[in-house]
Design a protein around this ligand. Structure first.
Ligand SMILES: C[S@@+](CC[C@H](N)C(=O)[O-])C[C@H]1O[C@@H](n2cnc3c(N)ncnc32)[C@H](O)[C@@H]1O
Length: 809
């Protein structure tokens, strides 16, 4: 485990990482415009300078960001030569992941060049789909991409623009949110004239247009007959969980796209992640300081932050992943055309909105197992001969969309050099869109596919594990399917001469994995951490920090298949798990039973809908009425008042959050519906007549999705005064920081609570700004304080990392 010496972290408020600055293009509206009464600006406290030392090794981020003082004043700051930040572009060095400080001229120039030129160099715009209009495929060479169009344009803006320029065309298409438009011509002459008239023209806000060839699909044959109807475009977002959006927006290889840190040694990767996390954590101190209401003294943790370089608490280090290569137990492979136009199963090289649909094979991606690569290759081979078309992201049409490979491991000592030997089960899930396809033909093709996978598995020696094949039917625009998308199951039983048996319409299949000697049954759509061995370390750390005992009631918020609660159940009196995905909840119940665990209850519902009632049910009990009545009444009124507050802000804030949740999960309701959640609420209130044990120690471990916790959940946790300890596990440190601002900032007294109705500027606020704003309406309650934090690397070779923070009060 690598420790962070406090002296190596930044020490001056002045010297913030420039990535901390709000994005200038989305700068928040001035306070007056959004009705926020900002407290008077606090006097900036001068923090000690780092000791310059010639023999000390340089900080890994040495001179990789511009000094904010220098940027503002153009002069050397008080640290002079010893400043770890660059005084000017000349001094600036690239970051360990080969990117540049995004606020530097160099990065801005590169971004512009990338946008305008790189996209149209040899590889075209990496748009490997052809435009098909009215069922007619464009003939080779008569389609062009126009790059660098305004993002907000749709076809309705694009076509009049072409007409205005006197361009004659057969069809033209442009999606909002993309910088690329597509035009098809009737003749080579029309195409030539368009290139002459458009290339190099400026449009909108000084955007220089480039005209490029669409990469054609030499491998695609007449597949029009099977094209389904076009679903309406409501979402352009691609959600390939492996694509590293923040590093390679247009990578040249799958390896660069999904494992952008793979060129670094593992110890350098850990150092890099730890330093990035430290920078993000400092935002918690800065924002909580800013949000602290006037007239209320700053909490001690903020005052003490200067002693640890501005961190809100000690960042204790980063726990390594036991497996560094081939660690992923789940890989989602997209189906698309490669840059050479071949049907390919692998990873997208960038974002669809930038015109990238090119998919490349998962070659040299060190996080993917050999087994997953092998099944991707088998599927790719199959697609070359299939009579059904692959999915076209541009037209939202086609049949074959995605392959997910999920692996289950036996409970054995893992040999890092032969990790594959522990993989005993494999679930293959193929996503298709059957809309408009002939059912007979679909059945035939699925049968052939099952045979191809079976043959692929037995062709290896020893044969690759293959437990089940699941077909997921999904008609949406993005590959992120809702958890209730229809499934068909094909069990593959090898036996006798026949090689396999296909059994349609049988009970939902599962695979199994092991954590802390427990066996977990996982259904196709349920969440399970992708790095099982590192997850085991994550959960045990969370358990250690939660200070558990037989008199502990543990709330496992966003519990998935119950992994955290079940692995810690033997250390507590009772676990209450909350999860919105119905399949995951039934997995959790099944897992409790299979492992003989009796002290767990799992509730299906959105945490924001059920947590208030659950806390009330468990924490307002008659036994300790005398001593707790007052508190519980207070809590009740606090929770109620927080609900009122939420409603008052919610027209804006709540809507925003739910739309994010919906967006992340792909669809409006993922798992339990609001009504089901309400039923769950009803069942909670009915069951409150049953005797429920009173617990002394109440702890919550929260493990939310990337967007973080819903504001209602934050308010319930904050205002439930019997909850003294909270362990926050996060795969997105930015949302942890935003949520912790609300949990840890002192609440304003009644007189200071501003009018929060006028929130028109919220869309432009950063997550931290929004959290500061929300903290103003936090009901009076004792804030938490950050006690310690630790990173756990679940995702070697990528910039991602889990972060755990202990909050107490
Ligand atoms: C990061 S996963 C953690 C799962 C589990 N703790 C584990 O480690 O396996 C987040 C989980 O939160 C669930 N989830 C997302 N939004 C939710 C909400 N609003 N309420 C309850 N659960 C939610 C997801 O379905 C997913 O299972």
């Amino acid at each position: 485990m690598a420790e962070i010496p406090p002296t190596e972290t930044l020490t001056s408020v002045e010297h913030q990482d420039s990535t901390d600055q709000p994005n200038p293009s989305v700068s928040p509206a001035p306070p007056s415009a959004v009705g926020i009464n900002l407290p008077e600006k606090r006097k900036r406290e001068v923090e000690p300078e780092p000791e310059p030392s010639a023999d000390k090794p340089k900080h890994p981020l040495w001179k990789t960001s511009l000094c904010s003082y220098f940027r503002r004043s153009g002069e050397l700051c008080s640290h002079g030569e010893t400043c770890r930040y660059a005084h000017g572009e000349d001094e600036l060095r690239p970051r360990p992941d080969n990117t540049w400080d995004p606020t530097s001229e160099r990065a801005k120039k590169m971004a512009k060049t990338n946008e305008q030129d790189e996209a149209v160099e040899e590889g075209g715009v990496m748009m490997t789909e052809a435009l098909e209009e009215d069922g007619e495929e464009s003939s080779s060479g008569l389609s062009k991409c126009i790059v660098n169009l305004p993002m907000k344009w749709s076809s309705d803006n694009f076509r009049p623009f072409l007409n205005e320029k006197g361009i004659v065309f057969k069809s033209a298409k442009k999606k909002k949110g993309m910088i690329v438009g597509f035009v098809t011509f009737e003749s080579a002459e029309q195409s030539k004239t368009a290139v002459e008239k458009l290339d190099g023209q400026t449009v909108g806000n000084n955007r220089t247009l480039k005209v490029s060839d669409v990469i054609q699909r030499p491998f695609e044959k007449n597949s029009k007959a099977a094209l389904p109807e076009k679903p309406s475009p409501d979402n352009d977002d691609e959600n390939d969980s492996l694509l590293s959006s923040d590093s390679a927006s247009k990578a040249r290889s799958a390896r660069d796209a999904v494992t952008p840190l793979a060129h670094m040694s593992y110890s350098d990767q850990l150092e890099h992640k730890k330093n990035s996390l430290a920078q993000i954590l400092k935002r918690l101190t800065r924002n909580a300081r800013k949000a602290c209401p006037n007239g209320i003294s700053l909490p001690e943790w903020i005052l003490k932050a200067r002693e640890i370089g501005g961190l809100p608490c000690k960042l204790e280090g980063i726990i390594e992943s036991p497996l560094v290569n081939g660690y992923r137990n789940k890989c989602e492979f997209s189906v698309g055309n490669s840059l050479q136009g071949k049907h390919t199963v692998g990873f997208l090289l960038g974002n669809f909105r930038e015109g990238v649909t090119a998919v490349e094979e998962p070659v040299d991606c060190p996080n993917v197992s050999r087994i997953a690569c092998k099944y991707a290759a088998v599927f790719q081979e199959f697609l070359q001969q299939s009579s059904l078309p692959i999915w076209n992201r541009l037209n939202n049409s086609g049949f074959w969309r995605q392959l997910t490979v999920r692996e289950g491991r036996q409970p054995c000592q893992i040999d890092a050099d032969n990790a594959e030997s522990s993989i005993s089960e494999v679930m293959l899930m193929v996503q298709v869109c059957t809309l408009g396809s002939d059912e007979g033909k679909v059945k035939e093709e699925l049968h052939r596919l099952a045979q191809a996978f079976s043959a692929g598995s037995t062709a290896e020696s020893p044969p690759l594990p293959l437990t089940t094949l699941v077909i997921q039917d999904h008609t949406g625009i993005s590959n992120a399917a809702p958890s209730d998308a229809p499934l068909r199951y094909i069990f593959l039983h090898r036996g006798g001469d026949c090689g396999l048996e296909i059994a349609d319409d049988v009970a939902e299949p599962r695979i199994h994995d092991h954590i802390s000697n427990l066996r977990f049954s996982i259904s196709p759509s349920a969440f399970f951490q992708v790095n099982t061995l590192a997850a085991e370390r994550l959960y045990s750390l969370a358990g250690d920090w939660a200070d558990l005992g037989p008199d502990t009631l543990l709330f496992d918020v966003c519990c998935g298949t119950g992994t955290i609660g079940l692995t810690l159940a033997h250390r507590v009196g009772m676990v209450v798990g909350i999860e919105m995905n119905a399949s995951a909840v039934s997995d959790a119940e099944r897992n409790a039973e299979a492992n003989g665990i009796k002290n767990c209850r799992f509730v299906c519902g959105k945490a924001e809908d059920v947590i208030g009632s659950l806390m009330k049910e468990y924490l307002s009990l008659p036994e300790k009425q005398d001593e707790s009545r007052e508190t519980s009444e207070n809590n009740e009124s606090e929770v109620n008042s927080s609900e009122e507050n939420i409603n008052s802000v919610d027209g804006v804030v709540g809507t925003e959050h739910s739309s994010v949740v919906n967006h992340v999960n792909g669809h409006a309701v993922n798992g339990c519906s609001k009504d089901e959640a309400k039923l769950e609420k009803d069942s909670i209130s009915q069951s409150s007549s049953n005797p429920i044990q009173q617990f002394k120690n109440v702890v919550a471990i929260v493990d939310p999705p990337r967007v973080g916790l819903h504001p209602t959940v934050i308010k319930v946790l904050r205002t439930q005064s019997r909850l003294r300890r909270l362990v926050y596990i996060s795969c997105n440190p930015e949302s942890l920081v935003a949520n912790a601002i609300e949990l840890c900032t002192p609440s304003p007294d009644k007189s200071e609570k501003g009018n929060n109705k006028n929130n028109r500027g919220w869309r432009n606020m950063s997550a931290a700004g929004l959290a500061r704003h929300r903290s103003k309406s936090m009901p009076e309650s004792e804030p938490f304080k950050p006690v310690k934090a630790m990173a756990v690397d679940l995702f070697p070779h990528t910039p991602h990392c889990e972060l755990v923070m202990l909050l107490e009060r």
